[in-house]
Structure formats: C-alpha cells, structure tokens
Design a protein around this ligand. Structure first.
Ligand SMILES: [Zn+2]
Length: 765
C-alpha cells in the first residue's frame, strides 16, 4: 500500500510517526525525521489536529503508567494506586516469551526504558513509512508509559488517535463515525463437538483455524473500507471491533462481507458457526472527546458501545435467516463423518493418509488433523490469493496450506516454520506469530499475530492425551481446564463509569486479552521465573510443563495436559492474573477442571470441565471446582477469611495453624516434614471419613435442617480422631505432626478435607 495514495493510511501513519517522535525525544536520542516523508497536505494536517484534539494527544512527556484496572468499579473500588513496571515488551534472551508486567506500588523508574528506546532509535529512519513497523515500535516501548491521562498508555492513545484521523480522512458527511462489531458465533460447537479420534491436536487446529478466520474477516473488512490496521479497536478470539467513517458505502460493504462469509460458513461447518456483524448508529466525532457531555451518567462513547453490543447479540437469534430456504430444503444424508458427525458429504476417507484403519473423516476434519500436525513449530502464516499449486511449486517444496472462503473470495494461508520476509510477494501478507522482533517487520505487509499457543512437544508434534496421562504423577490421567474472567461484560460495559473513553477501553481490552494471548505463554513456558512474588505452589520442584493450550484468548481458556500439571497451572494462572490486574476485588476468574482417562471422548471432557466451571460461577464466582468440590480460590490457596456463615458459628474455635486445601496437601506430601511417609491406609481412611461426612450432611438436610451446621463442622471429628490415632507412633509423636493433627481436627477445616484427601490420594495412586 503506497503511503501517498491512500489518505486514511497516510493520516494514520502521521499519527504513529508523531508517537514515535514523542518516545524518541523523551528518551533523549538524537533524531530528525527523514526528509523523504511526503509533505502533508493542508487538509490532512487539519484532520490530524482535529484527531489530536479529540483524544487529548499532547506534547507533554510520557510518564509512568497507572493501572487502568484501578478505574474499574462494579461493587468495589481500588484504593491504593498501582503502576505497571516501565519496560519494553520483548522476548528475553533464551526464552520464547516476554516477562509478565506485574503491578507495583511504587512509581517505576523510567531510565532503563529510556535507554532501550535510545538503543532502538537508530533503526527508525529506515522504516519511516512502514506503518506496521512503527506501530510495533510504539507498542513495544509505549505499552507501559502513559501520555496525558496517567492510566492511558501511549500506544492506546496513539492507536485511537490514528483510528479517528484515518476515519476522518474519508471525509464522512458531518464528520460522523461508526463502530462496527463482529462475532463468530458457535465457535464452541465447532471446536468441542468432536469425538476422540483425531485427538487434542485436531482440537487445537480447530481453534487456530477459527482465530485465522476471524483475522481474515478483519483483513477483508479493512481492505473493503480502505482503513489501516490501527482502526482495529480490538480483534481476538472470535470477536472484533472497528472504528470507521460513516459513509454511504459502509453499510453495503459490511452486509456484503457478512453474507459472503456466512454462505461459506454454512457450507464449511453446516450450521455450527455463524458470523454476526453489527454497525452502530453514526455519531459525531466529538462524541469521542473525553469532555463530551454525559448521556444518562455515561459517556456518549459508552452509550454507542452498549448499543452496538446489543445489536450484535440480537443477531444470534436470527442466525442464517437469509439462508433459510437452503437450510429448510431436505438434505440428503449420508454415512456420517466419524470425527464431527456431519452427514452431508460422501467425501469420507481415512483421517490419517497412511493408516487405512483410522476413522473415516470429512475433508474439514482431515484438513484440521493435518494442520494440527504443523502448528508446533509454526512461526508465521503467509496469506496469499495464489495457491502453491497455481504457482507450480513442486509438491515436496510446498508449505502446509489451508484455505478460507470460496470462489472468488478464496485465500490461502501457508504455515511457515522459518520465514524470509524478503520472499513475500508484494500482494501477499505475512502474519508473524508472537514475534516482538522489530527487524522481522521489514515491510508493511508483515502483521503481528498474538496467540495463546503454548504446547509441549511429544513423540509426534504436540504431546497426545496418552502421553499426558503417562507423564502424570500418581494416577495416569489427563486434565482439562476451563477458566474465564468473571463479569467481563459488566467490566467492559459499565466498569469504567464516566471514564469510558475510546483510548481507555482500547487499553483495558488490550491488557485483558494480552494476559491470555501473550503472558499465559510466558507463565506456561517458565514457571518459577514468571510467577508473581509470594505465589503459593504445591511443589517448588515441579516445572509442570506438560501442557497443551487448546484455546486461549479474549478472556478465557481451555488447556489440557497431565492432570497434576493442569491443576498446578490453574493455581498459577489465578495468582498471576490477580497480580497482573492489581488484585482488584471486581476482577476475578472462575474455573473448572475435569480429570479423565486418555481415551475419554474430548467433547465430553470439555463438557464436564464446562459444567465444573458453571458450578464455580454459581459459587458467587472467584471460585474453582475441582475433584467435585467447589470453593473460593482463597480457600483452596489457604488465604481465606472466614465467611459470614461460619464466622458466627465457629467464633469460639481457635484459628488452626493450617487452613484451607493447598497448605495441607503441601505439608502431608513434604518428605521433610515427617521422616517416614504416611501409610496409604491413612489417606484412604481420610477419604472414607470425608465420604461419610458428606452423606450425613445430605441426610440431615432432609430430616433436620437446623442441625446442618453441627454435622458440617463437628460430627466427623470422633472418626477423624480415631483415624489419626491409628497412625504409627513415629508419626504421631513427631513434633512436626502436632500442628497438622491440630489443624485437621479444627472444625474450621471440616469443609476442605475431602478435597485434601482426594488430591493426595490421586497423587499417590
Ligand atoms: Zn468431519
């Protein structure tokens, strides 16, 4: 895209250049913008001034960045201000991922970041008209600095200003803009409804394929609207938001794109996946100003945002109504695909080319299986309109290729393990996966693609379910973890209150999604280096690296792995996420884990974990459901404060030394605590006592509900005392055992000990 032919592109470029200059000047480096910049026309100059004025772009110096999550207010307020550490986002030496920017109480020192910018500034001149390179430069160095408002990151202010300028450059009537939103609905149906044949890596490929489909829709939409990538407010998982000019062509462009994609989606995935798209009402650009008058106690932008999302979700009820005739026509049904069960195709062949005994699968399932085999070392994707076959590239020299869209819309994506950007043809684009290396973005056609994609290598590509089970500690099982942010809709909808402006919302969604797409990889890759200070872990020697992310993005995740690693990872994620979001009481996670045999059907495992997650949500959120038990995370971790129900009832009981689930499991498993191990029978007996207690509680609830508290906290204690008395004398008389015994006998720990016993039992099986 030549910089001088497209005014939108050129307007955005100038804004991002201004952000780069601001960073470099602040760093103290010597820099004169290259003379080769095309001279700005008066018109463009005026609209850049306008965009700057609207968002509050300022010539002031960048400052430390306050935490945008501190602004969130649903039921609680954050009291003490927090900061992000001031550093550049970069992959560390000998690592594949960046470190996690946990919050700090102290205002960070900015000198190291200044020095990093100085060091990088000598590369700027040669990329001066490369919008992609410059944007990544601002993102790397300006994500942890503020400009103007203390909680608005420089990158988010720059992107928002560029988006406004690019939209205004299309000269919409009355300077009106619109928000466009899209959502690939039914993604879960496509990903999770497959049987076990084809395994985890197919599941991973399916979620990857849908991510790329979302990218493709955004790519196509921006192209059709003539807008640069800085107009993306948010894109990830299966959703996207774009700021555009309200011109005559906006509506037809969006409708055309939506119907083309839905025609294809209907054929490709039957009725499982649907593209919903919505265009908000046009609004004057002045509505984006932070000083615009409030509409019913919210900002005009929040008002437009809310309306847009309502329109978008309403589309879910009218799926495919345009294609209704096609759907209602009787379809011939054939032998179903053994993987996804579709029955509308006769093209079924073995899933694995060289294994005729493998399941008979449809073309989509075969393609997903093959793609799953290519993702472990994927570094990027080439997007092209010409297939390798059309280019007559010999078969043995081709990259793995898949396609999206049909007929004239068809594009090809090639998976590449090592890339040579200079080989990219001028009409192609190159998506670089999780790549923060500026010098890889040599052309404007190089686009960063962030994906939560950690996976441990196994015998063949990613580790398989049976490899995970084999590698687990204790019982040989696979764990499936589902987790998502509580009340996300409310956080984005009303959490920012009167501070709901475009740059702040952009920053909020970027930081939220970066946790799942960028930093979750960091946490998975290098456990002890990346956990926040003071995190609680079960084993300080376990790297818990046997994991495969099926899906991680937006605000949720689905991860599989060796069951004990998955459990450890869940605790790590929770603590990492809370620290990253400043331990804000309104920003929490709920999670469910299922533990299954390697042969257990994946769609059922996903459903069981999903049900567990629902139970956690129903426990007033901020909870984990594991081993069939649900508690607040603080109770699992042993950080709990007594809840109001038990507080009054147990007020005479002393506080035990150990409280909660994890502290006990830790102590009971630690070989240094008691020199000889606990007999298997002891753990079994604990389980039996826990089981009896559970049954008694069920019974008393029906017969004498007023006695429930007594049964819950006290009835099992004599049996427990008996079990403890049967332990070998060496243990009973050991000094380290006294606090364990006293704590176990405390009624305050009564609710937990079934979970404690189950956990230890599974680890020792
Ligand atoms: Zn299939």
């Amino acid at each position: 895209m030549p910089a001088d032919s497209k005014s939108s592109y050129y307007a955005a470029l100038q804004i991002i250049q201004q952000a780069v200059i601001s960073l470099i000047q602040w760093s103290g480096a010597n820099f004169t913008p290259p003379q080769s910049s095309p001279t700005s026309s008066n018109e463009i100059h005026a609209l850049i001034q306008k965009a700057n004025h609207i968002t509050g772009w300022t010539d002031a110096e960048p400052e430390a960045l306050r935490l945008v999550f501190d602004r969130i207010h649903l039921t609680h307020k954050q009291t003490q201000p927090l900061y992000r550490p001031a550093w550049a986002i970069a992959t560390e030496t000998n690592e594949k991922t960046p470190r996690i920017p946990y919050t700090t109480r102290d205002r960070p020192d900015l000198d190291a970041l200044k020095a990093a910018i100085q060091a990088a500034s000598n590369q700027v001149a040669q990329h001066w008209t490369n919008l992609s390179w410059l944007t990544l430069f601002v993102e790397k160095f300006g994500s942890h600095l503020s400009l103007g408002e203390p909680d608005i990151a420089l990158i988010d202010l720059a992107r928002s200003t560029a988006a406004i300028a690019a939209a205004l450059a299309q000269q919409p009537p009355d300077e009106k803009l619109v928000l466009i939103a899209g959502d690939l609905m039914g993604v879960q149906n496509f990903i999770y409804t497959i049987s076990s044949e084809g395994a985890l890596k197919s599941l991973r490929a399916r979620s990857f394929y849908l991510e790329i489909t979302t990218e493709e829709i955004v790519y196509r939409l921006l192209e059709a609207l003539d807008l640069p990538r800085t107009n993306i407010i948010y894109a990830g998982a299966s959703k996207f938001y774009i700021l555009a000019a309200a011109t005559e062509s906006t509506q037809p462009v969006v409708q055309d794109l939506q119907s083309r994609f839905n025609d294809w989606l209907l054929k490709q995935f039957q009725r499982k996946v649907f593209l919903a798209m919505a265009i908000g009402s046009p609004f004057p650009v002045s509505d984006l100003s932070p000083t615009a008058p409030l509409v019913n106690t919210t900002t005009p932008f929040a008002h437009h945002w809310g309306q847009l999302n309502e329109t978008l979700s309403a589309q879910g009820f009218r799926k495919f109504d345009r294609n209704l005739n096609e759907i209602l026509e009787p379809q011939p049904s054939h032998e179903p695909c053994q993987v996804c069960h579709r029955d509308d195709t006769i093209d079924l062949t073995p899933l694995k080319k060289d294994d005729p005994t493998s399941a008979n699968a449809c073309p989509v399932c075969r393609q997903m299986f093959a793609l799953g085999g290519r993702l472990l070392n994927a570094k990027g994707l080439v997007r092209t309109q010409t297939s390798q076959a059309e280019l007559s590239i010999p078969e043995d020299q081709r990259n793995f290729e898949f396609d999206i869209g049909q007929d004239t819309d068809k594009v090809f994506y090639q998976v590449i393990d090592d890339f040579k950007p200079e080989k990219i043809r001028s009409e192609d684009a190159l998506f670089l996966i999780n790549d923060w290396e500026l010098n890889h973005y040599s052309s404007d056609r190089c686009i960063p693609l962030f994906l939560g994609n950690y996976g441990q290598a196994g015998e063949e590509g990613f580790m398989s379910a049976s490899e995970f089970a084999e590698a687990s500690t204790g019982i040989k099982r696979v764990g499936y973890l589902r987790m998502d942010v509580d009340r996300l809709g409310q956080i984005f909808g009303r959490g920012l209150g009167t501070a709901h402006t475009l740059p702040r919302l952009t920053g909020l969604s970027r930081q939220m999604t970066y946790f799942f797409k960028v930093y979750l990889n960091s946490l998975a890759e290098s456990r002890f280096k990346r956990l926040p200070d003071g995190a609680t872990v079960l084993h300080s020697s376990s790297q818990r690296s046997n994991l495969l992310f099926i899906y991680a993005g937006g605000d949720d995740l689905f991860v599989s792995g060796s069951w004990n690693d998955v459990v450890d990872f869940a605790f790590d994620i929770y603590q990492s996420f809370r620290s990253y979001t400043g331990n804000h009481p309104d920003i929490t996670l709920s999670s469910g884990i299922s533990i299954e045999t390697a042969k257990f059907p994946l769609y059922q495992a996903a459903a069981v974990a999903g049900d567990a997650e629902k139970i956690a949500k129903a426990n007033d959120r901020d909870s984990l459901c594991l081993f069939g038990e649900v508690f607040k995370w603080d109770h699992w971790l042993g950080n709990q404060k007594p809840d109001s129900k038990s507080r009054a009832y147990l007020e005479d009981e002393a506080m035990p030394e150990l409280l909660g689930v994890l502290p006990f499991v830790q102590k009971l498993l630690d070989p240094n605590e008691i020199n000889i191990g606990y007999p298997q029978s002891f753990i079994r007996n604990l389980l039996v006592v826990a089981q009896l207690r559970q049954e008694k509680i069920q019974e008393i609830r029906k017969t004498q509900p007023c006695e429930e508290q007594a049964v819950t906290y006290y009835l099992h204690l004599p049996k427990l005392a008996y079990t403890l008395s049967r332990l070998p004398a060496q243990i009973r008389t050991h000094a380290n055992f006294t606090p364990i015994r006293q704590s176990l006998m405390s009624p305050r720990n009564s609710p937990y000990f079934r979970a404690i016993a189950t956990w230890i039992e599974l680890l020792n099986r």
